[in-house]
Ligand binder design. Structure first.
Ligand code: ZN
Length: 296
């Protein structure tokens, strides 16, 4: 489907007092992420948190699916030519593995870690499919509200890497389910995700936005400093369990995979993965998903 290239990829709205909503607005492309979308997302978060009246931020998405992940024409979609980075990395044109390592350090790892530390509660509102890189937008959020048709999958191992770039899977899912997700590429439905503790609340699709907004308003009405300290406390507890160092070390092996694939196949990913991942994404459609918590 064609799209207007001047159209913003991200929209910032203020649906209620104290609440900002940042919306992925590329539904014709299933909210596929490119460099522009991630930088617009970062700009929107920055605008929201620089406004003292904003006490809670919601991340939402237009359309049937939250996001199909990274644009698969990845080197073109994440070209950093002439772009000012948001993190302190650089050298995007460097030869060998160095340039692409720097690019992903900016657009994936650096932005995910920065959004995780956003100085406001951040709530993800998720419907439909959340594939691969979509998890890199959802998992840095503090709370997740999912529609009953939401499914989460990371099929990246078919591309010859352990996972997508922000590796927190064992903390989000528990180690057994994390391995199953990574080994099989199978989707995890909303109710299953809630049973695993990865999703806070599940709402009927038609009520997702209202339920998320009600949760945001409840948090926005409470004294903010305690909430900010609570966010830091939980994030530091996860870091003390090794989460952040695992994210960083797995990012490095992710680049071992990219370097290996370049040598072996002449591109960043194993080309055999594309067809497998397309099939996994189709299986992630709601009518193909078995939500195991409904079938004990
Ligand atoms: Zn990568």
């Amino acid at each position: 489907m064609s799209e207007d290239s001047t159209q913003p990829r991200v929209r910032l709205e203020y649906p209620a007092d104290g609440v900002a909503r940042v919306v992925l607005a590329r539904p014709a492309k299933l909210n596929a992420q490119d460099r522009r979308m991630l930088h617009e997302l970062d700009d929107a978060y920055q605008r929201a948190v620089r406004d003292e009246a904003v006490r809670v931020v919601v991340l939402a998405a237009d359309g049937e699916d939250f996001s199909s992940g990274h644009d698969l024409d990845i080197e073109r979609a994440f070209d950093m030519d002439g772009v000012t980075p948001r993190t302190l990395t650089g050298g995007f044109d460097a030869p060998g593995a160095e340039g692409w390592y720097a690019t992903e350090e900016e657009v994936f790892l650096g932005l995910c870690l920065r959004w995780r530390e956003l100085p406001r509660p951040l709530i993800a509102q998720v419907q439909g499919r959340a594939i691969g890189g979509a998890l890199e937008l959802i998992w840095p959020c503090d709370l997740i509200v999912a529609a009953d048709d939401a499914v989460f999958l990371d099929p990246t191992s078919a591309f010859g890497a352990a996972a997508a770039e922000y590796f927190v899977h064992p903390w989000e899912l528990g180690h057994r389910r994390a391995k199953e997700m990574l080994f099989t590429g199978e989707p995890i439905g909303a109710r299953d995700a809630q049973a695993l503790g990865m999703v806070n609340r599940v709402a009927p699709r038609a009520e997702l936005e209202a339920e998320t907004l009600a949760l945001a308003q409840r948090i926005a009405a409470r004294p903010q400093f305690g909430i900010r300290l609570a966010k830091r406390a939980v994030n530091r507890a996860l870091d003390l369990q090794g989460m952040r160092s695992t994210v960083e070390s797995t990012f490095d092996t992710h680049h071992l995979a990219h370097a290996h694939n370049r040598e072996r196949f002449g591109g960043l990913v194993d080309p055999a993965g594309a067809a497998i991942i397309r099939a996994d994404a189709q299986r992630g459609r709601p009518d193909h998903t078995s939500d195991r918590s409904d079938h004990p």
